[in-house]
Write a protein that binds this ligand. Structure first.
Ligand code: BGC
Length: 723
């Protein structure tokens, strides 16, 4: 049983504004302590120090959730840090809290306010216990962190003098919202050294770390008292080699440091940055690259997937997919980590969830986020565009809101645990019912939709990003697809789904009648064909696939946006056009996955042409260089190029279906996924015109491999074939 709900929410008696504040509690245990446990949570973000030493390694605790409904608390064993006389100091910053649009409407302790709650339990060796709760005996002082903002950065004043403490103000706020830690801890990961010192044509001092990263900088600085230095962070240099920040929009991404004449090694504690390059302004010391280290920060997910092949550009693409995930899985799956957005966009998350679940173990990560999705889902079943719902309740876009169904289903498939379906079933159902209520004649032709976001057909793309595939086609296709997945989920849970089976058939028939003619899509976009094929809407797959292939060949490249790109490669390779899919994979001109690699990308770009071939930038209003969505091609690398697939009837890779489609241009492929059962490996290599295959099946699993039309059963162990 946790103690924290018996504590009081406390806030600063001073107006906190943009500065952080520190809550202190001094105490001396009455007798010998056997165990000491600190539980903490906050409306905002906090870090705790006991006797000057940091407690735990959670960065930006307690994480970001649906603040009105659920706030996680963390529990730390602090026994080893305890002394006879103790000073517990908890610094409280703003975190994501101010992002909510509900802030204006909310009264006291609304979304502009920060508060802390904590309980320190001392279990004495003689069996007695004592619990210190946050209350007005805690003293509040100012913090040397004079400014903190998730987008703009942090200001640290080494000369700051905190002065006398004042009693914390106890405030009345719901404690039922407190839940124990559900997601992964957010922690520090790679430490990247500075690679190059650049003096730009504009005369600025810039440092390159060689990798676009989400996290912060650790730096050493001295300077003379009161000297103020600044560090700006950005992702790219412009075509002249100058520091480019326009695509950050209003996000300042800055650290400001006020020196006191002593040497300090500092890293921000209440924010994060998306960057590869730094710009130093008014740097007081000689610039020595050894004094600058980038620390990557993300949810502490276990790495599970690896892919390698004979084409170095594809290997770099895979590297970029992994770093895109690291950079955007900081407690919430975000669109991007740099500009003034960094939100849990549902569409991006559903497009990428399968790739994400192969790269890393994200079961806990998505369980938490889907809990927030359910908590923030509107009463009519519509799902807000971003979760946590910091843009208010605006929602219900096809392919975005469908995250409510697609994500839990994929998490179930990847890890084989029904619990996520049980937890999310009512949320899935509400979303299906929302679509049903808004459909006319089984087609969903109304409402606001993002369409095939950022596709390449739309001549107006500069201003309008909604793509050229009809929105009612996309909405109706997702109505069908989500209903299909919902039926599968219901059947896994032993429910009668006949009502929804009928609904699915009716949507399918209406879709074909309205949007197709003799197996062809009336709207001649690649995405229209892709959805009909991948969702199983077409009753003449050969005809639709031939139409898709023709569209691809005619364009000479992909033209898909967020929606079509998710399934384009599968729609081709599942229907006999694998070689064309490989053409798309291996293309290096714009638009393509490898074009950005040739332009030096180290994470996945938001747009196919975020940077133009001449080095100029796309529309600064919406151009990020770290947006994982198009990294969804990762699931095709695992599932088709390497051919590792789970079987829906034995999910979580209890039964593995090896179905690689080799292509000579890759030379070889080596991939592995660490499933809950163990490590699955698939390798193939061209030797002249023959292909050598090798598959490893973990203990306790079974597998099949289709060789020359014959299904071969594989038991645990490693199996080799030549074809
Ligand atoms: C985000 C996207 C998101 C979109 C909605 C953008 O600003 O960065 O990734 O899905 O809005 O279409």
């Amino acid at each position: 049983m946790s103690d924290i709900r018996k504590a009081n929410w406390v806030k600063s008696p001073m107006t906190q504004g943009d500065a952080a504040v520190v809550f202190h509690k001094q105490f001396s245990p009455a007798k010998e302590v056997a165990a000491a446990t600190l539980e903490v949570s906050a409306l905002g973000v906090y870090f705790a120090e006991l006797n000057g030493e940091r407690v735990g390694d959670f960065i930006l605790a307690p994480g970001w959730t649906s603040y009105a409904n659920r706030v996680q608390f963390q529990s730390y064993d602090v026994t080893a840090q305890l002394k006879a006389e103790n000073d517990l100091a908890i610094t409280l910053g703003k975190g994501w809290r101010f992002l909510s649009k509900e802030s204006e409407a909310a009264p006291f302790l609304g979304f502009q306010d920060n508060a802390l709650i904590a309980a320190l339990r001392l279990d004495y060796a003689d069996g007695d216990k004592e619990i210190l709760f946050t209350d007005d005996s805690w003293q509040v002082t100012g913090s040397p962190i004079r400014y903190n903002n998730i987008y703009n950065g942090e200001t640290y004043d080494a000369q700051f003098c905190p002065g006398e403490g004042r009693p914390a103000a106890v405030v009345d706020h719901d404690k039922h919202i407190l839940i124990s830690q559900q997601g992964e801890f957010v922690t520090e990961h790679e430490r990247l050294p500075a690679m190059e010192l650049i003096h730009t044509p504009a005369g600025e001092t810039v440092i390159d770390f060689g990798q676009n990263v989400t996290g912060y900088l650790e730096f050493t600085i001295q300077g003379s008292p009161s000297h103020t230095a600044q560090i700006n962070h950005t992702e790219v240099l412009d075509k002249d080699g100058n520091f480019y920040t326009e695509n950050l929009r209003s996000a300042k991404q800055t650290v400001t440091f006020v020196c006191d004449g002593n040497k300090h090694t500092y890293k921000p504690k209440l924010t994060f940055y998306g960057f590869r390059y730094l710009r130093l302004i008014d740097w007081p010391d000689e610039v020595d690259l050894k004094n600058f280290t980038t620390i990557a920060v993300h949810s502490d997910m276990k790495r599970s997937g690896y892919f390698e092949c004979g084409e170095p550009l594809v290997n770099q693409l895979f590297h970029n997919i992994i770093w895109g995930q690291k950079g955007n899985f900081l407690d919430v799956p975000t669109d991007c980590p740099q500009r003034d957005e960094r939100l849990g966009w549902t569409g991006d998350a559903q497009v990428f969830v399968r790739t994400a679940s192969y790269n890393f173990d994200v079961e806990k990560f998505f369980t938490k986020w889907l809990g927030d999705l359910k908590a923030d889902q509107n009463e009519d079943g519509s799902v807000p565009h971003v979760i946590p719902a910091s843009l208010g309740n605006m929602g219900g876009s096809a392919a975005w809101a469908d995250a409510a169904v697609i994500c839990p289903w994929q998490i179930y498939l990847s890890y084989g645990n029904k619990a996520i379906l049980t937890k999310q079933y009512s949320s899935m159902k509400q979303w299906i019912e929302y679509m049903r209520a808004n459909a006319k004649g089984f087609l969903w032709t109304t409402g606001f939709h993002f369409g095939d976001w950022l596709d390449l057909h739309d001549p107006e793309q500069k201003n309008g990003s909604f793509g050229s595939s009809p929105k009612e086609l996309i909405a109706s296709a997702y109505f069908y697809y989500s209903t299909s997945l919902f039926i599968k989920a219901g059947l896994v849970l032993g429910k009668d789904m006949s009502e929804y089976e009928l609904l699915r058939e009716n949507i399918g028939a209406a879709f074909r009648k309205r949007f197709m003619k003799e197996g062809k899509m009336k709207a001649k976009t690649q995405t229209a064909c892709v959805l009909a094929l991948y969702f199983g809407l077409t009753d003449q797959p050969e005809v639709t696939a031939a139409q898709l292939a023709e569209r691809v060949r005619k364009a000479g490249h992909l033209t898909t946006g967020f929606v079509g790109t998710a399934y384009l490669m599968h729609a081709l390779s599942d229907n006999g056009y694998a070689s064309l899919a490989y053409d798309l994979l291996l293309r290096t001109e714009c638009p393509s996955w490898l074009y950005q690699i040739t332009m030096g990308a180290t994470t996945i770009w938001e747009r196919w042409d975020s940077m133009k071939p001449d080095g100029s930038m796309n529309d600064a209003g919406m151009t990020s260089f770290n947006h994982y969505a198009y990294g969804c091609v990762g699931d095709w690398l695992y599932g088709v190029a390497a051919g590792i697939n789970t079987d829906e009837s034995a999910p979580g890779f209890q039964h593995i279906v090896f179905r690689p489609i080799p292509d000579k241009r890759l030379g070889y492929v080596k991939a592995s996924i660490e499933s809950r059962q163990g490590v699955i490996r698939s390798e193939w290599r061209y030797e002249g015109d023959t292909v050598q295959y090798s598959f490893t099946v973990p203990e306790g699993c079974t597998a099949t491999f289709l060789l020359e039309g014959k299904e071969i059963e594989l038991l645990e162990g490693t199996h080799n074939f030549t074809k």
